[in-house]
Design a protein around this ligand. Structure first.
Ligand SMILES: O=C(CSCCNC(=O)c1cc(-c2ccc(F)cc2)cc(O)c1O)c1ccc(O)c(O)c1
Ligand SMILES: [Mg+2]
Length: 221
């Protein structure tokens, strides 16, 4: 059967990127998506905003919702301190299989735990299965209507601590209006919009960065 776009992207990485060199894998994917076939990676422009937030937070525990081909997984993992951990959740097994190979080509597999399944099912298992108490940074990049319910779930499970940062992709395109309304109106978050463009295009898009000031915020004194 005909190969998939993620499979063709992986073949391009193996042909053009150096093993163990995350930047060369990132550059190869950006080249493929800009000059051969568009794909829904966060991309180079929004990627530099992601990089700056990761460096600012310097997280010990990161959760990524929506791995796709592992592009943002690599952008985050390459900046993590020794011992810091990144758990990434992917719904689609075929995409997960490609992402594992992309992450391995970059030599970052020891920093990343890729878990297949639905975020709604897996988030409640974070403590028992992965020994995670809370996340310092969450990158939301999966189904856009799942951003809000998954955020509420993380709040209720106590997986966010004072200062935890949520960074959400695609808040304009395709858009996550209910999520945006929530984080921008809730006294529980300090939220800021980083204007950018939809990956590899001139269409507006951006990232929303929301800092969780603590569960007590917004409740009665
Ligand atoms: O990863 C998934 C599958 S959904 C992919 C989400 N991403 C998008 O839909 C997405 C789409 C576009 C885009 C597409 C066509 C356009 F014309 C314009 C924009 C851009 C992006 O940057 C995106 O991220 C997952 C689902 C459930 C889980 O529980 C889980 O853990 C993971
Ligand atoms: Mg995205």
């Amino acid at each position: 059967t005909r190969s998939s776009r993620p499979q063709r992207m992986l073949a391009h990485v193996k042909r053009h990127a150096a093993r163990g060199d995350p930047q060369s894998v990132i550059d190869a994917i950006d080249y493929f998506c800009r000059h051969k076939e568009w794909a829904m990676n966060v991309g180079d422009e929004k990627g530099t905003i992601l990089d700056s937030v990761v460096c600012e937070v310097s997280p010990g525990a990161v959760l990524e919702l929506g791995t796709y081909c592992g592009y943002s997984t690599m952008r985050i993992a390459r900046l993590l301190a020794p011992g810091a951990r990144l758990i990434t959740l992917e719904f689609n097994p075929a995409n997960a299989a490609v992402a594992r190979q992309v992450i391995a080509w970059a030599g970052l597999e020891h920093k990343v735990q890729l878990v297949e399944g639905s975020s709604g099912d897996l988030i409640p298992q974070m403590r028992e299965k992965f020994g995670i108490d809370s996340f310092d940074l969450v990158f939301l990049d999966h189904w856009k209507d799942w951003y809000l319910p998954d955020t509420r779930l993380m709040e209720e499970l106590g997986l966010l601590h004072k200062g935890s940062v949520l960074l959400a992709d695609n808040v304009i395109c395709p858009g996550a209006p209910e999520y945006l309304a929530y984080v921008r109106s809730s006294p529980r978050y300090d939220s800021r919009y980083f204007k950018s463009h939809l990956e590899y295009t001139y269409v507006e898009d951006g990232l929303e960065k929301s800092v969780f000031p603590g569960a007590s915020a917004g409740s009665r004194p």
